[in-house]
Write a protein that binds this ligand. Structure first.
Ligand code: AMP
Length: 406
């Protein structure tokens, strides 16, 4: 069975064709600048790739470019789209309505649209992606939606409620939803496999990338997570501020006369690494500046940005260990989690209180690796692993499982 995984954003459409017989990726790519110009970049499993500018006024035209790339005479990997058995879509916000992946029908599409208020940039784009698929592949090809929020639906109410008047939860659904759930589910699943059991396990998964979130996973289920009502909460991120005293919001708005939208932009796009370092949102630039020492003009602010993130992750590890009354394993994943030995070493330093000991050599080795690597010392009381995330594989697996039952 071949499954096409689609991640439609407001101006982009990422795709991956997966052969489910061995879960290998046959081809993948991305359409960018949809709505303004249009560009497709397509890669094959054997390393061949092409990139071209094609006008893409909307997602349907972008999807037809994907069809063309997959079936193209020179670079094509399939004879026709009929070889694709199903499509799996990534959806950011499933609210309290979706705790599992589901088959798409008109009712599901309308529910995803109805949740758009909670994720305005994402959900409408996902729906455009689904409709583009239907337009290009027809109604008979089953489509499945996999939600970033679904894994977090097992949180107890004490984890997901905010102590604002209860009516805001009842009227508008104001609560913690959590995000990156597909990634937390995948890496915690790999970790329970390594531990050899699910029941009785206590795992903290740290998805640290441009967006970051940390999750407490007890008995294989999410118990608490750092992102909240939106993906703005939690630790410091590339351009997002993470947790702040809510009064800071009204204070800055009043002082600088900012509108809610301007304040939203400040917290989402101008804060985090970018806001503190004053020069970059990318951890590679931050670590580069730190490595040059005081002589680098950005050193001081870059170091502060990195230290704030490390302390933030450490705080979550401590609080989740307390919340679960222990921790068996800590997992690092995503762009920074998988590729920054320096960050992991700093986060895990001085955690003797939890019995955590790192193997420095293994920690250094865990950089741009595709396999799971144990970075804790043999006498560490807590296992620490670097596990490359694979959200697309989870989407493909869920899609296969649902479609096979039809
Ligand atoms: P993600 O959102 O998971 O794609 O992660 C993006 C972040 O990961 C950016 O801050 C990148 O700088 C960082 N990142 C990705 N690859 C590397 C790498 N090889 N070394 C250090 N940081 C990396």
């Amino acid at each position: 069975m071949k499954v096409l995984v689609v991640n439609a954003g407001s101006s982009s459409l990422k795709y991956q064709l997966v052969d489910m017989t061995d879960e290998s990726v046959i081809a993948k790519g991305i359409c960018e600048r949809i709505g303004t110009a249009g560009n497709i970049s397509h890669k094959l499993a054997d390393g061949r790739k092409f990139e071209k500018d094609v006008p893409m006024p909307d997602h349907t035209v972008a999807f037809s470019c994907v069809v063309e790339a997959l079936t193209n005479k020179e670079f094509g990997v399939i004879e026709s789209m009929q070889e694709i058995s199903a499509v799996g879509h990534r959806i950011v916000q499933g609210g309290s309505l979706f705790s599992h992946s589901v088959l798409v029908d008109e009712d599901v599409i309308q529910k995803i649209e109805g949740l758009a208020e909670l994720a305005p940039l994402h959900n409408m784009a996902h729906v455009q992606g689904i409709r583009a698929c239907i337009a290009c592949m027809g109604k008979d090809v089953p489509q499945v939606v996999v939600f970033d929020t679904a894994f977090h639906q097992t949180m107890p109410q004490t984890s997901y409620m905010y102590a604002v008047p209860y009516e805001y939860y009842e009227k508008y659904g104001v609560r913690r939803y959590g995000f990156h759930g597909t990634s937390h589910r995948y890496v915690s699943g790999v970790m329970t496999d390594i531990l050899g059991k699910v029941e009785g396990t206590k795992i903290i998964t740290c998805h640290i990338g441009n967006g970051s979130s940390i999750t407490a996973v007890k008995d294989g289920k999410c118990m608490d997570t750092s992102m909240g009502f939106t993906p703005l909460a939690g630790v410091e991120m590339g351009t997002r501020c993470g947790d702040i005293d809510p009064s800071v919001v009204t204070f800055i708005m009043k002082k600088d006369g900012l509108s809610p939208d301007q304040m939203n932009e400040l917290m989402n796009k101008k804060s985090g690494f970018f806001g503190i370092s004053k020069f970059s949102s990318d951890s590679r630039d931050i670590e580069d500046a730190i490595s040059h020492g005081e002589k680098d003009a950005h050193y001081k602010q870059a170091k502060l940005a990195q230290d704030i993130l490390c302390q933030g992750i450490k705080k979550y590890i401590g609080s989740y260990a307390a919340e679960m009354n222990g921790v068996d394993a800590i997992v690092f994943t995503a762009g920074i989690g998988e590729n920054s030995p320096a960050l992991r070493a700093e986060v895990l330093s001085d955690l003797d209180v939890l019995g955590i000991k790192i193997d420095p050599k293994m920690n250094e080795k865990a950089f741009r690796q595709s396999e799971n690597i144990c970075i804790s010392a043999p006498d560490s009381k807590v296992l620490v692993y670097v596990i490359p995330t694979n959200e697309e594989l989870v989407i493909a697996r869920d899609t296969k499982e649902i479609v096979e039952k039809l």
